[in-house]
Design a binder for this molecule. Structure first.
Ligand SMILES: O=P(O)(O)O[C@H]1O[C@H](CO)[C@@H](O)[C@H]1O
Ligand SMILES: O=c1cc[nH]c(=O)[nH]1
Length: 237
């Protein structure tokens, strides 16, 4: 149907989870969905549809970075008509109060990306989450006793900054930026452009301050918490 997606119209549910990693999409479909079926495998950027608590839901990998996510999200919205898009990612920690395994629910997403910046010259657009999804996910995280933080995320186009470690992030940590990932700002910008609902939830997997990291085992159990939260939010369970 598109150069990047061979799903047919109607193959996706109205709500989709968006991990960067295609194998995370497979893991979500196999471990959380009932009746999961593969709907896209072009470039191995896997997409599945199934149900969660009896309600239809999809997952589609976006690849890494705002350029890649923008292709998948543009098509999910404009070709497949999706309404609710929830990123389920991993991120680095830029604030001492955020511990590994903690969730960051991105209220806003600061970015260095030309994809967002250049569309608004001379303005600096502020990409923000859908308030309904944000409030709903925060209430659920609170009720479930999860460790979570709500605030400003950095969506960077660059994983390896020239300046090493925290230095590469300049004044951002001192302005309350909680963590760094590579997609939320483009997701929020496209959702604003096409009047859809979007949210990004990330598990902090490596701290740029303490250098603490999640082990492979811990990583999976932590992601489980994030996926459950995102799925309940997606279907409004
Ligand atoms: O774990 P995912 O969802 O891929 O997210 C993070 O991991 C990748 C970098 O390692 C980037 O895509 C970043 O946003
Ligand atoms: O984009 C990312 C993701 C995880 N950790 C980082 O430092 N950056």
């Amino acid at each position: 149907m598109t150069p990047h997606n061979h799903a047919k119209p109607g193959d996706y549910a109205e709500a989709v989870l968006l991990p960067g990693d295609p194998l995370r999409a497979k893991w979500i479909a196999e471990n959380f969905f009932e009746d999961a079926r593969l709907v896209n495998s072009v470039r191995n950027c896997l997409g599945y549809t199934g149900s969660w608590k009896g309600k239809p839901v999809s997952v589609q990998a976006t690849g890494m970075g705002q350029a890649s996510l923008s292709i998948y999200v543009h098509e999910l919205i404009n070709v497949y008509g999706l309404q609710k898009l929830i990123r389920v990612g991993t991120c680095g920690g830029l604030n001492a109060k955020v511990k590994v395994r903690d969730l960051i629910i991105a209220q806003g997403a600061t970015t260095d990306s030309a994809i967002v910046r250049d569309a608004f010259t001379p303005f600096n657009f502020a990409p923000i989450a859908d308030f309904g999804l944000l409030r709903d996910s925060v209430e659920r995280a609170e009720k479930a006793g999860m460790r979570y933080h709500v605030g400003n995320m950095l969506s960077s186009d660059i994983f390896y900054h020239i300046e090493p470690g925290l230095t590469g992030y300049g004044r951002l940590p001192a302005h309350g930026i909680l963590g760094v990932e590579m997609e939320a700002a483009a997701l929020y910008t496209l959702a604003a452009r096409f009047d859809r609902k979007a949210l990004a939830i990330c598990t902090m997997t490596d701290c740029l301050i303490t250098h603490a990291e999640l082990s492979a085992e811990d990583r999976q159990s932590s992601l489980r918490e994030m996926i459950t939260l995102a799925l309940d939010t997606a279907i409004g369970a």
